[in-house]
Design a binder for this molecule. Sequence first.
Ligand SMILES: Nc1ncnc2c1ncn2[C@@H]1O[C@H](COP(=O)(O)OP(=O)(O)OP(=O)(O)O)[C@@H](O)[C@H]1O
Ligand SMILES: [Mg+2]
Length: 260
Amino acid sequence: MKNSKNDRAVLSIRSVSKSFGGLKALNEASFDIMPNSITGLIGPNGAGKTTLFNVVTGFFKSDSGQVILDGKNVTNHTTHKLFTDGLIRTFQIPASFERMTVLDNLMAVPMSQTGENLIFALIGSDKIKNEEKNIYLKAREVLDFLEITHLSEKYASELSGGQKKLLELGKVMMTDPKVILLDEPGAGVNPSLMRKLSSFIKRLNKERGYTFCIIEHDMDLISSLCDPIIVMAEGSVLAMGDIEKIRANNLVKEAYLGTK
Ligand SMILES: Nc1ncnc2c1ncn2[C@@H]1O[C@H](COP(=O)(O)OP(=O)(O)OP(=O)(O)O)[C@@H](O)[C@H]1O
Ligand SMILES: [Mg+2]
C-alpha cells in the first residue's frame, strides 16, 4: 500500500553539474532514488557515473545543482556528515582495521560515528554499557546474516578478498543506512561470491527495506537486481525504466555503440 512518505525520493539528484577543466563530466544530471528500491546506474565508460557518486558523497564539490537526502538539502556536505546522515558508499572504502578482529571491526563502526562514546566509556556510565551491549548484539546478528560468524575472531588482515567484501557489507549494516551506493560491486569478484553478494543485497532490500543504488557494467547482475535502471551518457541521464524499456531504447543502444 502506498503512503505519502514512500512516494518521496530518499535521494534526489537535481541538475548536478561538474567540470574538470574543459570537460563536463556531469551535465545537469537529474534523477530520484525511491525508498526500498535497488536502482541501477549504467552507461558507457566515462559517462560520469563515478563522478556522480563522488559529488553525491562529498568527495568532489559540484559546480551547480542540488542533492536532497530524505527531504534535506545536503549539497556539498562533507563525506563524514553525509555518512552520519545515512548515505553510505561501499566497496571503495579500503579501510578495515587490519589488526583488529572481524567482530571488533564491526563494533567500531557506530563508535566512529558519534565520537562521544569514548568519553562515556571512560566514565563507565550505564548508558554506554547498554549501548555497547546493543552494538555487540547487533554485530553478532550481522555476522549471522552474512554467514561469517566463524570468522568473528580472525584479524581483518587474515581474510580473503571475498571475505573482506562481506566484512565491508557488514560494516554498512551496522549503520542502518538510508541509501547505500555501490560502485561496481562485481569488479574483481568471482562468480560464486558475486552470487552470494547479490543474494544478500536482494534480501537486505526485500526483508529489511534497504535502498541501494548500484553502478555496474555486468548487465546480468543489473537485470537480476535492479528496477529501475538509469542510463547515463556524457554526464546526463539518457533514459530511465525497467530492463525491457532500457533494452528497447534506441538512444541507449547508440550511446553504447558510439563509444566502441
Ligand atoms: N578527478 C578527475 N580529474 C579529471 N577528470 C576526471 C576525474 N574524474 C573523472 N574524470 C573524467 O570525467 C569523465 C567521467 O568519468 P567517470 O569516472 O565519472 O566515468 P564512469 O561513468 O564512472 O566511467 P567507468 O564506467 O569507466 O567507470 C571522464 O571523462 C573522466 O576522465
Ligand atoms: Mg566509474
